[in-house]
Design a protein around this ligand. Structure first.
Ligand code: ATP
Ligand code: LTN
Length: 326
């Protein structure tokens, strides 16, 4: 049984990229592993947040976790800021990370864009992520490919600390998506589908209604060739739609290409709307049941209690090895 840890930021608009890229794996992994899944609210304040919307988004993500099939009896589900060890360990790890390695992070470079008033938290982000992972002695971290660099730095910090202070951390491994299984934006298939993109039709959120899903898919950018063929380089739009179709239906891309041989993009897109809506509706039904319930609050409180017990053990070991406290 391996220890699995992952987290999602409560920044709203959880989309099918997040679901197919990360969340779906969370559910599969809970069957045979010891899983801890976190809603990383402390990460989300690295960029400005409206407090009311943040609170709403935290509960939305928690309800979605349950709605996609995470089972609180099998997995520990909790909110990061409710377990103080995350911030505490992040500070300690910051003192064992280098400004050079942190400034090389692509996410930091993209989000700060050289701006002098970019929050320091954005710079320190990977140390908090490393703390999340190392606090639970995690072996496996399921994430999208865009998180590769953050997993690498987590491993580097863990190894560095172990070398300097004696065996303190388990060195984790990333579990990444297959190359090509990344879901791209519907309006610009050369960039990844993202929560923060301005155009709402660039993504399909798990809470979108069927009208919105239809509009976004029917409007999606393709090419003028008219042939339904997977070719990420020359036909990124249609290839992305094929990927989405394949992920939701479970059919291999080659079978879908065959099925739509000679059909136009319109027919294919219409069917994709159906496949997508059919997959998302059961999630939305469960979400509506749990979102306003006491059960959700109870799950999060119990999750935080369980997480606190595990994290305190790690913090004691860290403080002991670093010579902190008395
Ligand atoms: P942002 O718009 O702020 O970049 P995001 O959409 O990347 O947000 P995160 O909260 O950073 O969302 O990601 C949650 C998980 O979903 C991560 O494991 C991430 O790698 C994965 N993920 C995000 N976008 C995609 C995508 N387009 N395809 C596949 N996986 C993705
Ligand atoms: N940085 C991640 C979210 C995240 C995470 C984690 C993922 C924060 N802490 C620990 C895995 C493990 C993201 O933006 N997707």
């Amino acid at each position: 049984m391996k220890k699995v840890f992952s987290g999602v930021q409560p920044t709203g608009n959880i989309h099918i990229g997040n679901y197919l890229g990360a969340l779906k794996q969370f559910v599969e992994l809970q069957e045979e592993n010891d899983c801890v899944y976190c809603i990383v609210d402390l990460h989300s304040i690295t960029l400005p947040q409206d407090p009311k919307i943040l609170r709403k988004n935290i509960l939305d993500v928690a309800a979605l976790y349950i709605a996609i099939g995470l089972n609180p009896k099998k997995s520990t589900i909790f909110v990061q800021s409710m377990v103080s060890g995350h911030s505490e360990l992040a500070w300690i790890l910051l003192c064992s990370s280098y400004t050079g390695e942190l400034s090389r992070m692509t996410q930091f470079k993209q989000k700060s864009r050289g701006n002098e008033s970019a929050p320091t938290g954005l710079f320190a982000y990977p140390a908090l992520m490393a703390a999340d992972i190392l606090l639970y002695d995690s072996n496996v971290v399921p994430v999208g490919n865009d998180q590769k660099q953050h997993i690498e730095i987590t491993r580097d910090i863990a190894i560095r600390v172990n070398n300097k202070y004696g065996k303190t951390f388990v060195v984790p491994e990333g579990r990444f998506l297959k190359e090509g299984a990344r879901i791209m934006s519907l309006d610009d298939p050369t960039v990844k589908m993202s929560k923060s993109a301005e155009n709402i039709h660039s993504r399909i959120s798990l809470l979108d209604d069927s009208g919105k899903i239809k509009k976004s898919i029917m409007k999606s950018t393709t090419d003028s060739e008219g042939e339904i063929r997977f070719d990420m380089e020359n036909k990124p739009g249609i290839s992305n739609l094929l990927n989405i179709y394949s992920s939701f239906s479970g059919l291999p891309v080659a079978d879908i290409e065959k099925k739509y041989e000679g059909s136009g993009y319109g027919v294919f897109k219409k069917d994709l709307v159906e496949v997508t809506v059919e997959s998302i509706i059961p999630i939305q039904l469960r979400y509506n049941e749990i979102r306003e319930s006491e059960e959700l609050i109870r799950i999060l409180k119990e999750g935080a209690e369980r997480a606190t017990v595990i994290s305190e053990k790690t913090m004691n070991r860290v403080k002991e090895n670093f010579g902190l406290g008395i």
